[in-house]
Design a protein around this ligand. Structure first.
Ligand SMILES: Cc1ncc(COP(=O)(O)O)c(C=O)c1O
Length: 386
């Protein structure tokens, strides 16, 4: 057999690789496992989206190949939503591209920009496709720490000058997974200016823009003047509408990038299931009614979980957005060992911070994907182990 490629062989192992096995064994032994590991909400999608996909699957035209163009109504609805939500205009056919979940679009983007020797700047900790997409091409992954004392805002003055010279992409993600950090409009403007000065494409991942609390409304990087000349933004239906398994999102912004990604994707996939795009139209139509109620569910859980983990003795920041609490491990124990010990001794699945990069070491992440009582119960069990 041939050997695996160098890039594949140097992909770091997935931090939670043995969790499903341990979890299954615990469940078999009768343990009541509370899984707070993945950001996979337990709530239902909008009923309108469910009705739309049910109707669509009965029609022959929705069973065809979608191709990259997909359903024109979905593209138009996306453009309309971005105008209503953030106040900017995009051309639905030239500046929007449907994606099979934003993850694939994020991971494929470096294909159109990076050669070996080039670099992408990514947050550390950060959502792992930023790393994977760049690493697999043999390009340089420049991981810049997100520090608690800086509100988890990536500080570009920490990018080494020699790396900056080779960089073509800057990935940012606010509201941020896993830290819960949020960006001000001023920060995003500065990010655009930094990218303009250094000839970078700003790649903003805005997957959590609709999971925000206390009246906070996350901005889009595309709402600023001139942003479309140097930025793209990813949006997902996964978190906004509890549609993680449906695999639908989009990228919008810089025309040449969107079109190049569309071209490269023709070699990798044949588009998002059309019935799912029809459901996406219905979901976006239901957004103004659905999204605030959905965010309110997570806000209540956030409040309950913050209080419960504080009572359990942890130092917990109250995030203004996202589905996560990001909590320092008081003992200084490595995060994978900590998470494994907690799982084995309490049946609670936590995400070890290092799973999202070395910068996440010393932290664990709690996903607000269970009802408040379960989050409280989890905090109590964790406290007992410690
Ligand atoms: C920061 C971030 N971006 C994007 C995504 C992926 O969303 P999708 O389900 O659209 O691939 C996630 C999912 O966890 C995420 O945390």
């Amino acid at each position: 057999m041939p050997k695996f490629s160098k890039q594949f062989s140097t992909l770091p192992p997935y931090a939670l690789a043995d969790v499903p096995k341990i979890k299954a064994e615990l469940i078999e032994r009768g343990v009541d496992v509370i899984d707070l590991g993945a950001g996979d909400a337990d709530q239902m999608p909008p009923p309108q989206a469910i009705a739309a996909i049910q109707a669509a699957v009965t029609e022959e035209r929705y069973s065809r190949y979608p191709f990259q163009r997909g359903l024109p109504e979905f593209r138009k609805k996306v453009a309309e939503w971005m105008k209503v939500r953030f106040g900017f205009e995009v051309d639905p056919f030239e500046e929007v591209l449907p994606l099979i979940g934003t993850k694939e679009g994020i991971a494929h983007l470096p294909l159109i920009y990076l050669d070996p020797g080039d670099a992408a700047i990514i947050p550390d900790p950060g959502y792992y496709p930023y790393f994977g997409g760049t690493h697999m091409l043999g390009a340089d992954v420049v991981q810049v720490p997100l520090r608690r004392e800086k509100g988890y805002l990536l500080d570009w003055s920490e990018v080494p000058a020699d790396k900056l010279r080779k960089a073509k992409l800057l990935y940012l993600n606010y509201p941020n997974n896993p830290t819960g950090g949020v960006a001000t409009e001023e920060y995003l403007r500065e990010a655009l200016e930094f990218c303009r000065q250094h000839g970078l494409l700003l790649v903003h991942d805005n997957a959590y823009s609709e999971i925000a609390f206390d009246g906070y409304r996350p901005p889009s990087v595309l709402q600023f003047e001139g942003a479309k000349e140097i930025a793209v933004e990813y949006q997902s239906l996964s978190k906004t509408f509890n549609m993680t398994g449906w695999r639908i999102g989009w990228v919008a912004g810089h025309k040449e990038t969107v079109q190049a990604l569309s071209k490269v994707k023709t070699y990798y996939d044949t588009g998002v299931f059309l019935a799912c795009q029809a459901a996406g139209v219905a979901a976006l139509d239901a957004w103004s009614e659905f999204a605030p109620k959905n965010a309110a569910i997570f806000e209540k859980r956030r409040d309950a979980a913050v209080e419960a983990f504080r009572e359990a003795g942890f130092e917990v920041d109250k995030p203004k957005a996202t589905l996560y609490l990001w909590i320092p491990i008081p003992s200084g124990e490595p995060s994978v060992e900590f998470a494994r010990r907690i799982l084995l001794e309490s049946g609670v699945v936590l995400f070890p911070g290092v799973g999202m990069g070395e910068g996440g070491e010393g932290f664990f992440r709690v996903a607000l994907t269970q009802p408040a009582e379960r989050l409280e119960e989890a905090a109590k069990r964790v406290a007992k182990v410690l």
